[in-house]
Design a protein around this ligand. Structure first.
Ligand code: KG4
Ligand code: ZN
Length: 371
């Protein structure tokens, strides 16, 4: 990433609203959601529009990058205009523009990033190049709840231990501050979301698979099928999901099609329980690791699309309470890709002075550890 980072020395008070609130317009377009949101620095979401392309990709069983890029082009202007009008704001009211500049499907990233660059340049407003993963990582600081959502508001302070699980990534990170991430463990093959999507496809549950597997698993027996827990007998904090996927394919090849509802429910429950066991095992190692290094995070956080999973949320909440930690997860609507997380990351970055000062080339690969 070529963006230049500036540590701001003087507060740009002229850009603040009279009540001292910053308003950020955030734009997300890195995968199959065209989304924009206006968020203020007091953690309020003034408007949030998400245009999901899922129906366009469903018939192909996954996201088709070229179709996604074209759909973003068609949707972006309307999504931004609707975001402004829903909040009752004009572009003049906005203090900061933020957009995902990577990682992601580059055709889509370019659409949102060019829109944001155009708006920022034509209005002379500051622009923040947001790392999509940082959007997921920081959004629990905008809004977080307990696993069940009963505790409506949990304050997430640095440092926290983060399980970041999405369609493209699966990492355990120590989040020490804005732009300050220590990678503790990561998948050596598939991401957790990919595993959910692939197993769902084998079972004929369609795309995206995670929500369907989650729903079916609640009606099934987690002991019905014996699936492996890769790496759980090994030290360290890395994950491997491709072995679970291969074992799933082998087990299913012994069953006759069409699969019964009971088989699908039991299979989903067994697969999900294997994923949950792997996540808990790796997080236990990560907690020991952070304690050894005296980092002592007080909060255990899950984020990314897979954070919507009810069993993963419940298991992580239990793990947190066993370790005297607070558990926090974003509300369901802020787990999968969305513009509010980009707007919030825009505010957090702007407040530490991370604004774009020269042209930025969006990046399909942009690890959090390279911020
Ligand atoms: O974060 P996200 O919206 O996109 C990426 O940045 O990749 O995550 C999408 C992933 C998909 O793989 C989807 O199947 C998974 O999140 N997902 C779930 C659930 N809801 C979405 N996985 C498990 N359980 C869920 N309830
Ligand atoms: Zn994402």
């Amino acid at each position: 990433m070529t963006e230049e980072k500036l540590i701001r020395t003087n507060m740009e008070t002229s850009r603040l609203n009279p009540d001292g609130e910053l308003l950020c317009l955030g734009i997300e377009s890195s995968c199959d959601e065209t989304s924009a949101a206006i968020v203020d620095s007091n953690r309020n979401i003034l408007s949030h529009i998400i245009y999901s392309q899922i129906p366009e990709h469903q018939k192909y069983g996954g996201v088709v990058p070229e179709l996604a890029a074209r759909a973003h082009i068609l949707a972006i202007d309307e999504v931004i205009q609707k975001t402004l009008s829903t909040a009752g704001k004009t572009i003049d009211d906005i203090d900061v523009i933020a957009a995902t500049a990577g990682p992601g499907l580059i055709g889509g990233v370019l659409v949102g990033w060019m829109a944001a660059t155009g708006i920022a340049q034509s209005t002379n407003k500051p622009l923040v190049a947001v790392n999509h993963l940082e959007g997921h990582a920081l959004v629990p600081r905008l809004s977080a709840t307990s696993a069940s959502g009963v505790v409506e508001s949990v304050n997430v302070e640095f440092p926290y231990l983060l399980m970041l699980a999405s369609g493209g990534h699966c990492q355990i990170l120590l989040v020490c501050g804005v732009g300050k991430y220590e990678l503790i463990g990561q998948t050596i093959d598939d991401s957790a979301g990919e595993a959910f999507d692939k197993v769902a496809k084998m079972l004929g549950l369609g795309y995206p698979g995670g929500p369907a597997v989650d729903k079916r698993a609640q009606m099934g027996n987690p002991q019905a099928f014996n699936l492996p827990r890769p790496l759980c007998d090994k030290p360290g904090c890395d994950f491997s999901f491709s072995g679970i996927k291969t074992a799933a394919r082998t087990l299913l090849s012994k069953e006759s099609e069409p699969y019964s509802d009971k088989l699908i429910n039991d299979f989903c429950a067994s697969f999900q329980s294997a994923v949950v066991d792997c996540i808990v095992n790796r997080l236990q190692h990560a907690l020991c690791d952070t304690r050894v290094r005296n980092a002592a995070p007080k909060t255990l956080v899950v984020a990314g699309g897979v954070a919507k999973n009810s069993a993963i949320r419940a298991a992580m909440e239990k793990l947190a309470s066993e370790n005297d930690m607070i558990f926090a997860a974003p509300p369901m609507s802020l787990c999968t890709d969305n513009g509010a997380m980009i707007a919030w990351a825009g505010i957090e970055n702007y407040l530490v002075g991370n604004i774009v000062t020269k042209p930025v080339a969006p990046c399909p690969r942009w690890p959090l550890t390279e911020l």
